[in-house]
Each structure stands twice: as C-alpha cells, then as structure tokens.
Ligand binder design. Structure first.
Ligand SMILES: *Cc1c(COP(=O)(O)O)cnc(C)c1O
Length: 453
C-alpha cells in the first residue's frame, strides 16, 4: 500500500479530516490554529531592519528604473500599484452570496505593476537589483550615494554581461527577472515548467533571454535550474523556494500599502480590522506581504492565502505539518490548474515555517470560480486580470460569512467596519487574444451561475 511518511492516505484522512475534501478537489477553508493566540508582532523572521534595508535599496534604484523604463517616470522610478475601491464588485459579491456586510472592499492592482505586470515585479526585480548593486559596488562602478542611473551606461552593462542570472519559473517570475536582468545587461536563463504559457516564452526570447523548457512541473524546473547554476560561479540562481531577497522584496509592499491606506483615510486598529486575501503559489509573495503586514499592524491584520483546489501545496504543508516534505501529488492531486502562477506542488520550506504562526487561514478555489470572477470583474469594473489573480476574491465572501472564522478571529466579520483587500496579482501583460479566451470561458460560467441563483 502507498504510504506518505509511513501513513496510508486513509490514516492521514482520519488524523486530518479536512483531507477527505482536499483530495477530492473540493473547496475548503482551513483556519490556522497556530495563528490563534499569536502575540501582536512576529517573533520569527528577518525583522523590520531587513525590510527597511530592502525599501532603501529600492529607493536608491529609482533614478535607474526611471531612466530605463519610461512608464515609471510619472512615479519617479517607483514600482508600485494602485489600491482602489471596487464599488460594483462590492455590490455584486455580497448579493450573490446573500450576505450583508459593513466592510469595505479594495483591490490591490498588482496586475498594473510596471515592468512585468505581476506581483513578481516586487520580489523578482528586487533580487536582481540587489545582485547588480553588489557587482557594481565591488567593481568600483558605484557607491550607495551615487545616482544609480549610471547603471544604464555601456560601461556597467559590459560588466554585467560577464555575469549570468538563472531562475526556475511557471512564467511570471521568469518574466520579471528576464526583463530587468536583460535590461541591465546580464545573460539570463529561465527554466520554465510545462504550465508556462507560450506568449511568456516568446516575450522572453524577444528580450534576448534563454528559455529552457521542461515537460515537468515547477519543482523540477527549479531543481534543474539550480543544478545548472551551481556549475557556473558567475551565475546567480534566483531560488524561488529559498530566497530571502525575494521575500524581502515582497515584504516592502506592506509599508507601501500602509501609506496608501493612510492616504485614503482608512484606519486599521482593533475596531477597524484589515483582512487581506492573497493568492499563493510557492509562498514567497503572499508570505512576504503577510510578514510585512504583521510587522506593521500586528493582530489587527488577518491574512488568508488562496490556492487552486488542484494545487493546494501550502495548505497541505501547513495542515499536515509536513511543509515541503509533502507534494500535492503524494495525495493523488494532479497539480493542473489554469492559474499558472499558482501551479506549485510543494511549498517553500522557509515560508511554510514562518507562516505556521502568521497566516490566519487558507482556502481553496475551484478553477471555474477563477474564470467566472475574472469575467465578473471585467463586466463590473472593467478590470482585466489573469486567472491566478482572482483566487483571493473567490474566498472573501466565504470568510466573511464563516462563523468558524468569526470565532477564530474573535470578530463579527460581517458587521465590523473591516477593510477587505483582495490582492490582484497579475494580468496586464496577458495578450488580448489570450485574455479574450479567459473572458469567454468566464462569461459562460457566469451565465450558468446567474441561472442557478
Ligand atoms: C507567483 C504568483 C503568485 C503567488 O506567488 P508565490 O510567491 O508563488 O506564492 C500569485 N499570483 C500570480 C499572478 C503569480 O504570478
């Protein structure tokens, strides 16, 4: 009989009852017992100073970013996205869920992040910039007090051309690293898993990036990339499963968000809790943002991760306590989802460890719901996102309505003056033809949904 860490699937299900539903691809909501009695600030992790350093580094790079990516000039080289109300969605979603809520819904539009149009423009670009800075400083090309736009000069590009960068990706991370890496002058290789979309490969090749394709999933692409990079001392491997720099790049988003909330005169305190819904793949993006938010808002912020029913890797890892020692395939799940950014079978070990006491819960979402909400968001708000980016939206009303969740957070979720932020993680780079297909698929599902309601 097949066993996972000496227990059969049946035994696992007896010990962890939610597994019955998880292994049959049913949507579930898991509330993390580890977060329940948490003191206000995270006691583990890199700490606030490390996030401050990352934020300072991104500041130093603003003149460079503004000089090579004209679309960032209005914001003087800041890579940030809008936080906006979604009034029509705010009406539509509670109505279809037969729910009344006093909360306010906001959408964090990382689909509009400059340069690569997804959340990966935070972590991925940050790590490449940090690497470039180190090389430039040790080559006596730069000091931290200089104007970093000199990195756009031929002299700097020639130095970077002697170095390479490599990454394993389902697509968006490769896109971020490929675009910024190639712009700086690095030789970049992207090891792409089978779910990687053709248009992403084409776009990368257009930027002069070497794309290596695999027939297997994300974990294999990462492993293959890591192995190849080890043979070249001048190659920096960006390790989505283990990188602290990626994590810190994502974590900076939290203080930027705090500023945006202040600008909108939105309070976050015990009477005005903040709920954040984050799509989760390997965990770095949502984990970094959660870590940063908990540093700032302590127990007044509640963070939930969203995963496809076919790829619930962080849920399986945290729920069973096996972290990266379990893959969704071990439990018979296929890891096949239209949410390509979330098609990950095994979570990052260090993120899983950190999230043990920080993430408030994880819910899973059927792919059909991602497409349906994609169409609904386009219809109601005129906003286009990719399927992965809708995962957070899909669980919000489930959480607001959940009495178990109210017990868990100690809040009457639907009545308190809560702010709910849906992290929309990507989409603006998706070609129109591709987007039209997503939309058509979603529209059909939305029509069926309206009929059955
Ligand atoms: C990568 C990605 C995520 C999740 O980030 P992880 O760091 O892999 O957890 C979510 N949405 C989109 C669109 C992504 O590309």
């Amino acid at each position: 009989m097949k066993t996972i860490h000496t227990m059969s699937i049946k035994e696992w299900c007896r010990k962890y009852p939610l597994l019955e539903k998880i292994i049959t691809y049913e949507e579930v909501l898991w509330l993390n017992p580890g977060s329940k009695n948490r003191v206000s600030q995270p006691a583990v992790g890199p700490g606030t100073q490390a996030i401050q350093d990352a934020a300072d580094r991104l500041e130093r790079f603003r003149p460079y970013i503004a000089s090579v990516f004209p679309e960032t000039r209005p914001d003087k080289g800041l890579i940030e996205s809008p936080l906006r109300p979604i009034p029509a969605m705010q009406e539509a979603l509670p109505e279809e869920a037969h729910l009344q809520t006093n909360g306010r819904f906001l959408l964090k539009c990382d689909n509009l992040l400059p340069i690569s149009g997804s959340i990966k423009a935070r972590g991925g670009i940050y790590e490449v910039l940090k690497h470039a800075e180190q090389i430039a400083i040790s080559s006596n090309l730069l000091t931290p007090n200089d104007d970093y736009s000199i990195l756009a000069e031929q002299k700097a590009r020639a130095i970077f051309a002697e170095h390479s960068i490599s990454v394993g990706s389902t697509g968006n991370l490769g896109l971020s690293i490929g675009i910024i890496g190639a712009e700086l002058g690095f030789r970049v290789s992207v090891h792409m898993s089978a779910d990687g979309r053709q248009w992403k490969k084409d776009l990368l090749r257009k930027h002069g990036v070497k794309v290596i394709e695999y027939n297997s999933d994300y974990s294999h692409a990462v492993a293959a990339g890591r192995k190849q990079a080890q043979q070249d001392p001048r190659c920096h491997f960006i390790d989505d499963e283990h990188s602290m720099d990626l994590f810190l790049g994502y974590a900076v988003a939290a203080r930027r968000l705090q500023k945006q909330l202040t600008n909108l005169s939105i309070a976050v305190d015990s009477d005005h809790p903040l709920f954040v819904y984050l799509p989760c793949g390997v965990g770095g993006g949502p984990g970094g943002i959660t870590y940063g938010l908990k540093q700032i808002f302590g127990s007044d912020v509640h963070c939930f991760f969203a995963e496809p029913t076919h790829s619930p890797c962080m849920l399986l890892g945290l729920y069973t306590g096996l972290h990266d020692k379990v893959s969704v395939r071990d439990f018979g799940l296929d890891n096949i989802t239209g949410a390509d950014g979330l098609a990950v079978g095994r979570p990052s070990s260090f993120i899983a460890k950190l999230m043990e006491s920080l993430v408030d819960g994880i819910f899973t979402v059927d792919d059909r719901e991602l497409y349906r909400l994609l169409a609904l968001l386009a219809n109601t708000e005129g906003i286009q996102m990719e399927p992965s980016a809708l995962a957070g939206m899909a669980g919000m009303t489930r959480i607001i309505a959940s009495s178990a969740c109210q017990n868990h957070t100690g809040l009457n979720t639907s009545h308190t003056a809560a702010t709910h932020i849906i992290w929309g993680t990507g989409g603006s780079m998706v070609p129109q033809k591709e987007m039209a297909e997503y939309y058509q698929r979603g529209s059909k599902l939305q029509k069926q949904h309206n009929k059955t309601c």
